[in-house]
Ligand binder design. Structure first.
Ligand code: IMP
Length: 423
């Protein structure tokens, strides 16, 4: 291993945290390259449940962790996570790139009001201010980590930015906000003081690490179909979860990567609005939601649940050039008599094997299902791949065959140890 990327192949919540935790054992550095505290990963270690939103899962393996320039950071959330990690693991080794953007209170307010007002086109965001923060970055009116460690610079920037934000909130959305420059300045300068000791040039450090044969794991957040360009736009996030963006997000060139590990859940979930071709309805959806604990780590919202979609996964394989797959939560399907799997879409007489490029076309697609026999196993009794029931192995091998990518790891329970290697 020198540089591996972990990327979600669906709409996020594929169980990346658990796989990252497993792979991080062999890594020296674990780095995040996009998104912010809209993400959430849960790792169960014995009777402890760890939830992080900003720090990569590698923190649990006591590895050096880094937050790259492509991220948007809520400093209050970051400081809380650092303090929690310090309490649980004595000391932590974290580096935060000064180029990363800072989520400000007006970003969160704007995210909330836009979501509340937009009605039909409602995206169902996490209301963490992610979209407005990335919008400011693109408009060059963002506040970066480097700005909050310099009081004078922060004051100058806020003097310029804040009146516009207040005017938009008040005049466009009718929100009487209480944001005051002095308060913001005081609060963010304090955050800056706490973050300053962790600041470092992630691009430079990773380049040096690679030259010294260190192993780097890039931990993607969200998932392929939440990508701002290639996801189900506009029902997407504002960053680029795709594997190729990992390099842009930390400041390295593309040729350093030797493996892309795609993470797919054994079925599909989505939180928030937008098309979902294989969505289930009724009692089965409810049953799988409960069994799989399909509630957002960040917002607690119930996730929409559906069958596995091979059209989506084929497209994700292409978009990320996936080398191998980790299939998670197979145990959640255990007990079902039959399992449906979407092998293609049809649009009238036309059959599609890849996701159409436009959301209009996607809206006209219907799923074509193949029904496979179900399986039943007790995860506590399974120690290796061959102990899985034959029909469970058939399900795994069918996916592998259809995607033409090896499945190397299979998740069979929430516990850290409930992960088997497929040989
Ligand atoms: P935002 O990232 O908060 O702007 O939300 C945009 C869309 O991405 C919404 O549908 C969210 O539910 C979804 N989303 C954002 N982060 C995650 C995640 O970590 N897992 C799953 N969905 C997410």
């Amino acid at each position: 291993m020198s540089a591996w990327i972990i990327v979600g192949l669906q709409w996020g919540d594929e169980g990346k945290g658990k796989i990252a935790d497993h792979i991080a054992k062999d890594a020296d550095i674990v780095v995040r390259y996009q998104g912010g505290n809209n993400a959430g990963h849960t790792v169960v270690v014995g009777d402890k449940v760890y939830k992080f939103h900003l720090l990569p899962s590698g923190i649990l393996q006591k590895k050096q962790v880094m937050l790259g320039a492509g991220m948007v950071i809520n400093p209050q959330g970051l400081i809380q996570e650092i303090e929690t990690a310090q309490k649980n693991f004595d000391s932590i080794n974290a580096v935060i790139d000064p180029r990363a953007q800072v989520i400000m209170p007006y970003h969160i307010l704007l995210d909330e009001v836009v979501e509340t007002k937009s009605g039909v086109g409602n995206i169902g965001t996490t209301k963490r201010g992610i979209g407005p923060c990335y919008a400011d970055k693109a408009s060059r009116t963002g506040i970066r980590i480097e700005d909050i460690i310099d009081e004078k610079r922060l004051e100058e920037k806020l003097k310029e930015i804040l009146p516009t934000k207040k005017a938009i909130l008040e005049k466009v959305y009718g929100v009487q906000d209480t944001l005051k420059l002095e308060d913001l300045l005081k609060e963010y300068v304090e955050y800056g003081k706490k973050i300053k000791p962790f600041m470092g040039d992630v691009s430079l450090l990773l380049d040096n690490a690679l030259r010294n044969n260190k192993k780097i794991l890039f931990e993607g957040a969200q998932g392929t179909f939440l990508d701002n360009d290639f996801g189900t736009y506009p029902f997407v996030t504002s960053s680029h979860p795709l594997a190729a963006h990992a390099l842009v997000g930390v400041g390295l060139g593309p040729n350093v990567i030797d493996k892309v590990i795609g993470i797919a859940k054994a079925y599909t979930t989505r939180v928030g609005s937008g098309p979902f071709i294989t969505e289930m309805n009724g009692s089965l959806e409810e049953e799988l939601r409960t069994k799989g604990n399909e509630f957002g780590t960040t917002t607690g919202r119930p996730r929409r649940v559906g069958w596995l979609d091979l059209v989506q996964l084929r497209t994700a394989r292409r978009l990320n050039n996936v080398s191998e797959i980790a299939l998670t939560k197979l145990d959640v399907l255990s007990g079902l008599k039959e399992i449906k799997i979407c092998t293609g879409y049809h649009k009238g007489e036309t059959c599609l094997h890849d996701l159409p490029a436009t959301i209009q076309e996607l809206g006209k697609c219907e799923p074509d299902y193949l029904t496979l026999p179900g399986f039943d196993f007790n995860a506590n009794e399974i120690k290796n791949y061959y102990e899985l029931p034959q029909s469970a192995r058939k399900y795994v091998e069918f996916i592998e065959h259809e995607l033409n990518v090896p499945i190397k790891l299979i998740g069979i329970g929430a516990e850290r140890m409930q992960l088997i290697k497929k040989v």
